[in-house]
Design a protein around this ligand. Structure first.
Ligand SMILES: Cc1cc2nc3c(=O)[nH]c(=O)nc-3n(C[C@H](O)[C@H](O)[C@H](O)COP(=O)(O)OP(=O)(O)OC[C@H]3O[C@@H](n4cnc5c(N)ncnc54)[C@H](O)[C@@H]3O)c2cc1C
Length: 438
């Protein structure tokens, strides 16, 4: 079977690329190959929040590389409304796109992040409101800045009206319906071998061979294994395992309610899904995928979520979710064509916001395939040395803060973390959740 383009991976990125490419160049022969159950897919387990400012932490704007990534995320926000409308029209399926994200502070560390969020909102002129509009009213960042607001820790809750969410099951139903009726060939299987000399991929279960003109690797966290087998040198990839659940009940909540981010996770998030409530999410980083939710994660998430929405107490859990955030050792995405092997493109490493980034990354990939200017710069090219995104001192401090016991001394914990850095001979800061695995 010969195809102009073969896409490996049927998560949100693979589907978005297949959809857009078939729309833009209908005469192309396209195949998308992926596990029919999408087991372990990050996209299936995602809260599908289209959050950018809500996700700000101490690393978001810490240097030019991080800022560049942040600007792509802002650009993605502006694409979503049209993207949802277009996908609904082309598939004939509902694709809800809703707005409103309330951020709540639940502890001191949340408070530190909240201050950074407000600072970023002000810096980028993104509107936000306080939950009681009577007291301060709708605030625009600039005018608010004009009141000489200082960033003392006093924001307990804010709402960002321009940040919303979608529902993964709806998105996939729409993509699957569209792809089914389009000329795109969908193959429910996994790719086990890529032969770059013959330009073929071979599937695991049905043992079929697909010949490609151009190959796109968009298999989420599993892309790391494919790249390793190709002998390509990229920053290493890991599985950012995340657990969440969906509850069914009588919920009055009409917007996303969430904490700021916490060590590699989006924090505790409650996302309304048409009578259901998505409740997530945990994160830990592993070298291999995990397919069952951890009891401790579900316990911790439920305990805090209940304090954020007491309606959960009467609800029933209808689904547990386990997905793998694709995370690289420098925490940054791998985007673009390989230098060392012709006609192979990589789109992964999106970590916490690949669903949000999907319209932009799909467009970027298609521009590359068709020879137009890419959107994403060379900074994130896959065959690179790990980027220096965090300073050593900042990374050590962040890790020590997380690891220290409630009454422990920060300095003592920093010494312990510095020792780990020395032992591992690390000359760059790494995200706290990656230190043990690197
Ligand atoms: C708990 C959780 C919450 C999240 N919340 C959000 C959020 O609110 N907003 C947001 O923007 N992002 C969120 N994310 C991150 C987001 O889900 C990811 O960044 C994004 O979904 C990655 O999409 P993907 O298509 O690259 O990978 P995936 O969705 O993981 O898809 C990869 C697909 O490839 C398949 N596959 C694997 N191996 C092969 C192979 N060899 N051959 C063929 N196919 C293969 C897999 O089965 C899977 O279906 C969250 C992630 C998790 C885990």
């Amino acid at each position: 079977m010969n195809y102009d383009v073969v896409i490996v991976g049927n998560g949100i990125l693979g589907c978005a690329i297949a959809y857009l490419l078939s729309q833009e160049v209908p005469e192309l022969k396209i195949a998308i190959i992926g596990d029919p159950k999408r087991e372990g897919s990050a996209s299936m387990a995602a809260g599908a929040m289209l959050n950018v400012f809500s996700e700000v932490d101490e690393n978001t704007l810490c240097n030019d590389i991080a800022k560049e990534r942040f600007v792509y995320a802002i650009q993605s926000t502006s694409l979503w409304k049209e993207w949802a409308i277009r996908l609904a029209k082309d598939s004939g399926m509902p694709v809800d796109y809703k707005l409103g994200t309330k951020i709540v502070v639940r502890n001191d560390s949340d408070q530190e992040k909240m201050d950074l969020i407000v600072k970023a909102l002000n810096e980028f002129n993104e509107p936000y409101t306080y939950p009681n509009p009577g007291s301060l009213g709708m605030t625009h960042a600039v005018s608010f800045n004009g009141l000489e607001y200082n960033h003392t820790p006093q924001h307990k809750e804010i709402t960002i009206p321009g940040e919303g969410w979608v529902i993964p099951s709806q998105l996939f139903a729409a993509f699957d319906k569209y792809l089914h009726k389009s000329s795109v060939h969908t193959e429910g299987d996994k790719v086990s071998i890529i032969n770059t000399e013959e330009k073929t991929v071979f599937t695991q279960n049905y043992q079929k061979t697909f010949t490609y003109g151009k190959l796109i690797l968009a298999a989420g966290a599993y892309t790391g294994e494919l790249l390793k087998n190709l002998g390509v040198e990229t920053p290493r990839m890991f599985y950012g395992v995340g657990n969440a659940f969906v509850a069914h009940g009588n919920f009055k909540q009409e917007q996303v309610v969430r904490t700021p981010v916490r060590t590699g996770t989006c924090g505790i998030v409650l996302v309304p899904q048409n009578g259901h409530m998505y409740v997530g999410a945990s994160s830990w980083v592993t070298k291999n995928p995990e397919y069952y939710p951890r009891f401790s994660s579900i316990y911790n998430i439920s305990q805090e979520a209940l304090l954020m929405n007491s309606d959960l107490l009467e609800s029933k859990i209808s689904k547990f979710l386990v997905g793998h955030r694709p995370i690289t050792e420098d925490g940054m995405p791998l985007i673009g064509e390989l230098d060392s092997i012709e006609d192979i493109y990589v789109v992964t490493g999106t970590r916490r916001d690949g669903l949000h980034m999907s319209p932009l990354l799909a467009k970027d990939t298609i521009n590359r395939l068709l020879g137009y200017s890419p959107i994403v710069s060379e900074t994130f090219a896959p065959e690179r040395a790990p980027l220096k995104t965090l300073s050593l001192m900042s990374a050590i401090k962040q890790t020590a803060k997380i690891r220290r016991s409630p009454f422990g001394m920060l300095e003592k914990e920093m010494e312990a973390v510095e020792k780990i850095y020395e032992d591992k001979k690390l000359d760059r800061g790494v995200l706290p959740e990656l230190l043990d695995i690197i």
